[in-house]
Design a protein around this ligand. Structure first.
Ligand code: DC
Length: 219
């Protein structure tokens, strides 16, 4: 298989994939694909009774992604919907939609189209196993549910959303179970993925480890 200039970062929710992907994109000047946001957008747009293909068209026609140092900003028809997409309600609905074949198919080409021949860092659940099987470097980033709940707690608090820690841990565990046990594109490391458990690591430690792998693979 001919390998393309893509780095995939898969792993469960709140494992730090987004922060690592942004760090890599900034340092190496790569484009970025947050595929979870596409599933969240799907959940958001499905409330408007669009079909899967119509949702894909809405995303391609009316959604804009803007990257700043800390986060990815998403707007739909010029309205900023970043915090709505980050809510736990949308996360739950995205997880439900993501087990459907028609949804995964509708989003497949949008994801592939993020690769324009230059460098791309793509994070999600099936970037290395399905969407970019031909990626040059695959990372599977994980952390314990408690550690991930702590990180999500801080993220949601920063967005001004009310959060309850036990409920958050329960939600994360339930979503993990669903994402890992579904038939289509379950959350699993690709055979050729480098597995990083970040439970006891700071972001800069994870970043230096990833940097070493990148320097080796992208010589
Ligand atoms: O990474 P996230 O929490 O933003 O993702 C939201 C949901 O989307 C998550 O529960 C699973 C789903 N998802 C997926 O099935 N495949 C991807 N590549 C990315 C996300």
């Amino acid at each position: 298989m001919k390998k393309i200039n893509v780095i995939t970062i898969d792993g469960p929710s709140a494992s730090g994939k987004g922060a690592l992907a942004r760090g890599i994109a900034n340092k190496f000047d790569f484009n970025i694909l947050d595929s979870g946001v596409l599933y969240r957008l799907y959940a958001y747009l499905s409330k408007m009774s669009f079909s899967p293909d119509e949702i894909a068209n809405q995303i391609e026609g009316y959604v804009e992604f803007k990257k700043n140092k800390e986060k990815l900003l998403v707007s739909y028809k010029t309205t900023d919907i970043t915090s709505q997409l980050r809510s736990e309600i949308i996360a739950k609905s995205a997880s439900e939609h993501s087990s459907k074949k028609e949804v995964r198919e509708a989003l497949f080409n949008i994801q592939r189209n993020f690769y324009d021949g230059g460098g791309l860092v793509a994070d999600g659940r099936d970037m290395g196993t399905v969407v970019f099987k031909d990626a040059k470097l695959k990372i599977f980033l994980t952390a314990s549910p408690e550690e991930r709940a702590k990180r999500r707690f801080i993220e949601l608090q920063n967005l001004g959303q009310e959060v309850n820690m036990p409920a958050l841990i329960a939600d994360i565990e339930q979503r993990d179970k669903k994402d890992s046990s579904r038939k289509l594109s379950p959350l699993l490391p690709a055979e050729d993925a480098h597995i990083i458990d970040s439970s006891n690591m700071k972001l800069d430690e994870v970043f230096s480890l990833a940097e070493k792998l990148i320097n080796k693979e992208f010589k």
